[in-house]
Design a protein around this ligand. Structure first.
Ligand code: ADP
Ligand code: MG
Length: 749
């Protein structure tokens, strides 16, 4: 019953509509007993006392001590939710917000969405007037501040997992500090791992800050709380964990991890295993290998059977069930997880942790303006958190897949806050729309690099969100801030309004806002599925084809399965599309279709309209084909790919960034001269690989963004050499690159 089943077949998250839990008395008592046994319970009174007396309370405690599930309940029980107030608890991850809300609803014996609810982007499972405790992502609370800058609905905001230093958490902390000046009655609770706690407390300490002259303190009810933060720590109930290192560095951590798990299993001692890898693909691959190993080991007389399960953020809820359920007798669970299992979710029964010591981390290069996910070594602080997961039930073991020297020398002490390695365009837009004009002097917990700030301002200016004085432009800038999308998507949606093609562009924006719409599978199968919808104009137009075929099928699940389209994600996209549509309506933007109404004679024009609207946001990331080819790349089907260069009038540095089209793109085998793209990934060899690519024409850049691309149009590139398309594998897509409409016509109904 853990994990949320968003059985999307019913077109809704079952969260809100689930039947009320029926508790018999014994189950209730058992849950209450469990709650009382948590380490935090002994600190309940002290905690409530501190929160009463201090504007800010910083709490440090081991994972599993009960911070997330208990503190909001204590506050509720102590009356902080009376008089229509809410208690918010923010999480950096969506999955955490959902699973924790589910658990707390269970503990409180209520239906999820009633007294206890959650909010993630595009999904709000709360009932106004009824909900008392709201778990939400930090991003959602940030967005809420645009409508309610002082967060008047909330009496307490608990910022959970603050040590993770997600971009939104950092922003939120800076803003909360500001809000506290105007609302001394607001209580802030910050839960953090030890390493960051002192810093947080210092940041919130305003006891020495003199109020500016003429400052009028808003009247607080009762005595104002102390402005110096309270620090409280809750000892965990953890056992010792023995850490092991490799003697030789591993060449492949995935293999090493699987091998380590098998070795532990062969020892035949009881206890579940938790493996940390970096991403969904790796987790799935490891699970497959472990399943094979498990079958092989079945023949030897081991008392336990191996049961590998994957855990990552995009995992369908139905599969999450297996992760949180205790393993039945005679079964050893091996959870293969991403960073997500580090602190945010509770896993019981783990005795062994196998740590690759790597994680996917967002990184941003302000010179190229490209953000990408990079597999990088984790910090020592993270490694310690991961190891800690092994000592929950009894003394455990942690196997780090690196040598001890490497661990000591190569792993940084703490992770660099996301704020300092992300594109800040969105953050700056949000701050601007909150009326914080002087971004540079904002009270940052950790100031971002100034190049990044400059780049963010440039980007927003190029998109038309800021005027020449770097103030939010009206209506474009404020409308962009209003849309729950990043600036690029927000801009292209507004451009669609101007060009009369919102219907098509809404589809694209919605489909870009969900995880892959393709059912997982081997690369070849997915490629084949895509080929049916692929068009020479690129991925974004292909998405429109998929969408329309799916709509035409009556949103039929069988159709989706037959075409390897992920039905669940399509339904989610449909939901997001509806919400975005409502936003546009609210902004008074006309909803029009360009392609649907057009006669076949006008299709080319209509298609150009849609592409131009998309390019009106995506021009920020434009690239031009060069006559270079990459040499052999990692994959066996691959013989090389054409090289692109970023087009930016900024020149020098940006032009140095070399890109290629990602193999998941329908344009992987076509090489349009000019492209825009929505995202890029950096691969192991340092190449940026463009995803969600749109083919454009060179003149468009100067037309759509003359200030940014003035020079680009003039420097016409020499025609590229004929791309090498030999052998069946390499020619895979080339025959499918028709114009959008042709393929749409021949797409299966
Ligand atoms: P913390 O936030 O301090 O890491 P939590 O409040 O998340 O701790 O969890 C406290 C305890 O509540 C866990 O140790 C576990 O026993 C129980 N718990 C939390 N979430 C779940 C869940 N989804 N399913 C079962 N038990 C859970
Ligand atoms: Mg927690």
């Amino acid at each position: 019953q853990f994990g949320i089943s968003f059985d999307a077949d019913r077109g809704e998250s079952s969260g809100g509509g689930a039947a009320a839990p029926v508790w018999n008395r014994n189950e209730r008592l058992a849950l209450d007993e469990q709650r009382r046994r948590l380490p935090i319970y002994a600190h309940r009174t002290q905690l409530l006392y501190l929160v009463e007396g201090h504007a800010t309370t910083v709490i440090v405690g081991e994972t599993g001590s009960g911070k997330t599930t208990q503190i909001p309940q204590y506050l509720h029980e102590a009356g902080w939710t009376q008089g229509g107030n809410l208690v918010a608890c923010t999480q950096p991850r969506r999955v955490a917000a959902m699973t924790v809300a589910q658990r707390v609803a269970e503990e409180m014996g209520c239906r999820l969405g009633q007294e206890v609810g959650y909010g993630i982007r595009f999904e709000d499972i709360t009932t106004p007037g009824v909900t008392k405790i709201r778990f939400c992502t930090d991003g959602v609370l940030l967005r809420e501040m645009m409508e309610d800058p002082l967060l008047q609905r909330y009496s307490v905001v608990m910022v959970d997992e603050a040590h993770e230093r997600s971009l939104a958490t950092d922003l939120l902390l800076g803003l909360l500090k500001k809000v506290q000046r105007r609302r001394p009655d607001l209580r802030v609770i910050i839960s953090s791992a030890t390493i960051e706690a002192e810093k947080m407390a210092r940041f919130f300490d305003t006891s020495n800050v003199r109020r500016p002259r003429g400052h009028v303190e808003a009247p607080a009810e009762g005595a104002a709380p102390s402005r110096s933060p309270a620090l409280m720590s809750v000892e965990g109930r953890t056992h010792s964990v023995q850490v092991h290192y490799l003697e030789q560095p591993a060449t492949d951590y995935l293999q090493a991890a699987v091998q380590a798990a098998v070795n532990i299993h062969r020892e035949d001692l009881p206890g579940d295993i938790l493996i940390f890898l970096t991403g969904q693909d790796e987790c799935e691959a490891a699970v497959r290998q472990l399943e094979d190993e498990g079958r092989r080991l079945q023949r030897s007389k081991l008392s336990l059977r191996l049961k590998p399960v994957a855990l990552y953020a995009g995992l369908p809820a139905a599969h999450q069930l297996g992760v949180f359920e205790p393993a039945p007798r005679g079964v050893r669970k091996v959870i293969v997880a991403t960073n997500i299992a580090e602190t945010s979710v509770t896993l019981e029964g783990i005795v062994y942790v196998i740590d690759s010591c790597f994680a996917k981390q967002r990184c941003y290069n302000p010179l190229t303006g490209l953000e990408s996910l990079l597999i990088a070594p984790i910090s020592k602080a993270s490694a310690q958190q991961r190891a800690g997961r092994a000592g929950r039930v009894r003394p455990g073991h942690c196997f780090r897949l690196c040598t001890e020297e490497d661990y000591q020398e190569k792993l940084p002490l703490a992770t660099v806050p996301e704020m300092q390695r992300s594109d800040l365009a969105n953050a700056v837009l949000q701050l601007k729309s909150l009326g914080i004009d002087n971004i540079m002097s904002f009270d940052w917990l950790a100031p971002p690099p100034s190049e990044t700030m400059v780049r963010a301002l440039e980007t927003l200016h190029a998109l038309g969100a800021l005027d020449l004085d770097a103030r939010l432009s009206r209506p474009i800038g404020s409308q962009m801030a209003d849309l729950p999308l990043d600036p690029v998507l927000a801009r292209l949606l507004l451009a669609a309004g101007e060009r009369g093609c919102t219907e098509e562009v809404l589809t694209v924006a919605a489909m870009l806002s969900v995880q892959s719409i393709w059912a997982p599978g081997g690369r070849r199968e997915v490629d084949e599925a895509k080929a049916l919808f692929a068009v020479a104009e690129g991925d974004l137009i292909s998405y429109i084809n998929v969408w329309r075929a799916w709509e035409e099928s009556g949103r039929n699940k069988r159709w989706a399965v037959a075409h390897r389209v992920m039905h669940r994600n399509m339904l989610r996209a449909a939901d997001i599309r509806n919400q975005l549509q409502a936003h546009l309506r609210r902004l008074g933007i006309p909803l029009k279709a360009a392609l649907q109404g057009a006669s076949s004679f006008d299709h080319a024009d209509a298609l150009t309209t849609v592409r131009k609207a998309l390019a009106a946001g995506l021009f920020i990331n434009a690239a031009k084909l060069t006559d270079e080819m990459t040499v052999k790349l990692s994959d066996q089907h691959d013989t090389g790919a054409s090289v692109y260069r970023l087009v930016r009038s900024a020149g020098g540095d940006a032009a140095a960034a070399k890109l290629r089209i990602h193999h998941s793109s329908v344009l992987f085998r076509c090489h349009p001269q000019w492209v825009c793209f929505y995202g890029a990934e950096q691969n192991d060899s340092g190449w940026y690989e463009m995803r969600d690519v749109l083919a454009i024409e060179s003149g468009w850049l100067t037309e759509l963004a003359p200030h940014m691309h003035a020079a680009a149009g003039r420097r016409r590139a020499a025609p590229p050499p004929a791309p090498a398309r030999t052998g069946p594998a390499t020619a895979f897509y080339s025959s499918r690159c028709f114009s959008a409409w042709q393929v749409w016509k021949s797409a299966p109904q």
